[in-house]
Design a protein around this ligand. Structure first.
Ligand SMILES: C[S@@+](CC[C@H](N)C(=O)[O-])C[C@H]1O[C@@H](n2cnc3c(N)ncnc32)[C@H](O)[C@@H]1O
Length: 350
């Protein structure tokens, strides 16, 4: 089955009471294709010609609405309230965030992040015409927090691919997280610091960003349409109040041929025994470690609940397709049995 033939089945979206969007996950040739998205899209993108979202075609559920119900962990709250409470969580955990990540994941988050960045191979553009694949790139790391992804991107682009024309914007809604990232970035080589930019922005509306710590009354800056080559979001998207809105903003700011890439906690349901152990660890140990190490049980209780509430690999893949992206193969790669997963989508060329 061609990708375009598969799309209507993928897009039977129904609104759910908790404001998540559920999609039918009818199996198709596209979804069961063995081809995997690994280092680039060039070998796996099919003849799919998805609709091109424009502002008039954005469905109502993908428009942020402060009063619409959504969930904060296991609680039902409004989108506005979730934004506020998520801000509270990350302001509270900012200083202990990096240490807690290591403790909660036994250091696995570093391996996942290394693999995520390696799979994107920043600084190397195999589709560039001409003999040198090292074209300039603008990478936008959304919900970039303390900089783990952005720093790895710069390292790979500058030191491994020897491409100094790669710049990275770290964007996050929370200035406390960005401040820790900014502090950490002081240890990067000066050439990398020079192409690193920190901005405060809500991923659901990238038309209103501001430089970190700028005057709140100053005019906001819009990330222009079609200005980004690679959009990354790691362990951030499950915290957003309106994920479809963020996916549409990703689509807007990416250039045709640009790539959306997400690393997020996911489902291990395919391995029941491992799933049982993992759940026991998550709900039993993580809030406790949060209490002992960071003095903050509630924030870590939210983190495990938010993982539980995040859509399955297939549901999230369908949301990416619904936002207009082309996915290759099954559209995602499980890491550590599905504890985390990488999803990628390409904005089609015109
Ligand atoms: C778990 S941290 C991930 C940080 C970093 N990407 C990493 O992998 O270490 C989640 C981040 O998402 C940010 N965030 C939550 N909601 C957001 C939103 N609506 N827009 C942008 N960032 C958001 C939080 O402030 C936080 O820094």
């Amino acid at each position: 089955m061609s990708v375009s033939a598969a799309r209507p089945a993928l897009r039977r979206a129904v609104r759910c009471s908790n404001n998540t969007v559920k999609y039918s996950t009818a199996k198709s040739g596209l979804l069961s294709s063995p081809a995997s998205l690994s280092r680039s899209f060039s070998s796996t993108v099919s003849s799919h010609s998805p609709k091109t979202p424009n502002s008039s075609s954005i469905p109502e559920y993908a428009r942020p609405d402060p009063s619409r119900p959504t969930h904060f962990g296991f609680e039902t709250v409004t989108e506005a309230e979730k934004r506020e409470r998520v801000a509270g969580v990350f302001t509270s955990v900012a200083e202990s965030y990096d240490r807690m990540n290591d403790l909660m994941s036994f250091g696995w988050h570093r391996i996942w992040k290394d693999h995520f960045v390696a799979s994107l191979n920043p600084g190397f553009s195999p589709l560039t015409s001409g003999p040198d694949p090292r074209a300039p790139q603008h990478i936008l790391d959304i919900a970039g927090g303390t900089g783990d992804i952005a720093f790895r991107m710069l390292h790979t682009a500058h030191n491994i691919n020897r491409n100094p024309d790669v710049r990275v914007t770290i964007s996050d809604i929370n200035p406390a997280m960005l401040s820790v990232g900014k502090q950490r970035s002081q240890s990067l080589p000066a050439t990398q610091q020079a192409v690193l930019n920190f901005v405060e922005a809500n991923a659901e509306d990238l038309t209103k960003t501001r430089p970190l710590h700028s005057d709140p009354s100053a005019a906001t800056i819009s990330i222009p349409d079609q200005s980004v080559d690679l959009y990354t979001v790691a362990f951030g998207i499950r915290n957003f109040s309106n994920i479809p809105a963020a996916l549409r903003e990703a689509y807007r700011v990416l250039k045709p041929g640009g790539v959306f890439a997400c690393l997020e906690f996911s489902k291990v349901d395919k391995h029941p025994l491992f799933n049982a152990v993992y759940k026991r660890w998550s709900f039993g140990a993580i809030p406790l470690i949060g209490q002992l190490v960071a003095g903050d049980r509630d924030s870590y209780q939210y983190l495990v609940e938010s993982i539980e509430r995040f859509p399955s690999q297939e549901e999230f893949r369908d949301m990416i397709v619904d936002a207009g992206f082309v996915v290759g193969g099954q559209g995602y790669e499980d890491l550590t049995g599905g504890v985390a997963a990488i999803h990628k989508g390409m904005k089609p060329r015109a």
